[in-house]
Design a protein around this ligand. Sequence first.
Ligand code: ZN
Length: 427
Amino acid sequence: MTRSYKTKLHVANDAQNDFLILCMAVKRKLFNLYLNVQFGLLETRKQLYPDYDAFKELPKETQRQFYISAAEFEKVFNHVIRVSGSYPAWWDQAPQKTRKQAFRDAERAFRNYFKGLAKEPRFKGYHARQATYFSGSIRIQRDRIRLPLVGWLRLSEFGYLPIDDQLQKTGYHITGCWVSRWANDYWVAVTTDEPAPIRPVSHTGTKLGLGIDLGVKDMAVLNTGEKFINISKTHYYYHVEKMKKRWQARLAHRKIAAEESFAKNHPHQKAGHLTSRGIEEARYYLARWSAKLAKINKETVRQAIARIVKLKPPHITVEKLNIKGMKANPKMAPSLQKLGLSYFKTWLTWQCQKHGIELREVGTWYPSTKICHKCGTYNRVQFHGTMADLAVRQFNCPHCGLSIDRDVNAAINLQQATDYMVLTATE
Ligand SMILES: [Zn+2]
């Protein structure tokens, strides 16, 4: 199993900073080069064989002429493009494996596109999020990492990455690592090849399993009554969001101002890519605040799950998320995006796998919010129609007279559910 460890890097050295930027630039240029060639081939194919179904009937060899693999492209690149005069010499400064990976990434982008898994590949621009690949002799110590041709880099977080001694003992090895740049910070993601962590756990915590109701008012509610708040409703979150919006507005204003002043001073010219110190400043702060928001969202989810997993339940039951249906509700759509409920699910699955907890998923048809957990009566008095009214916070059973928080009732119903699918893999 491939596992990836991502952590922040301190790049204080100018030479290293410049080199990493160069590697990212090379990766971007080569990625775009491949895209250019592949799009050209696609275009020719469309002109020669406008009918795609007829083209599919042709022999495989003819079809292959309109597709170039990463390995083939690398040969063309080395024997044709590099010997021609148009090749910039600084591309050669990046490690060979970094260059190779750029073609592989581009090919994968196309393959996913052909399979219908992804959108049409896009050319990477200077302002997009950048990443570059390193493999070969990577060494890791408690507080630093050594990358080929870059040298030692200081880590922000000590003791998270698997260190050399540890790796030697366990026999795992590092397959490679990605260095990315996001809002002026560097991150490193080290990928290792290690067996899937399925551990038998002694369930000393709660004897019963847990039911978790995911929602919009509170991010998660447990059947024990414990609630994890929706962070996007806190003052701090509002503040960060406000700062992001403010810089977004500033960037927009400054761009308009630059265009207007260009049109005034150069009446007969077409404005290309305009920039100024103000625009760059706004771009920088916008990126920083956006990154901060993203980090808050991620960390909230991870901290909540860490607390849930610590309870050591034998199983956890969640409801299958109907994200599309929820997004159709205009009141729910904006808060849903902030919450990242799908990330909650992804991370919970992984953590359950890691700690040997069975994760169960109940289908969307299960009326967890609408039935009484005590007597099982379907509450038609309070919850009718397809969309349960979110304003109703208290569940009052018409049959047995039980009065309970509606989310807690839903969580208990989930805990007791008997018809489910198991998401975690078992041995
Ligand atoms: Zn009841």
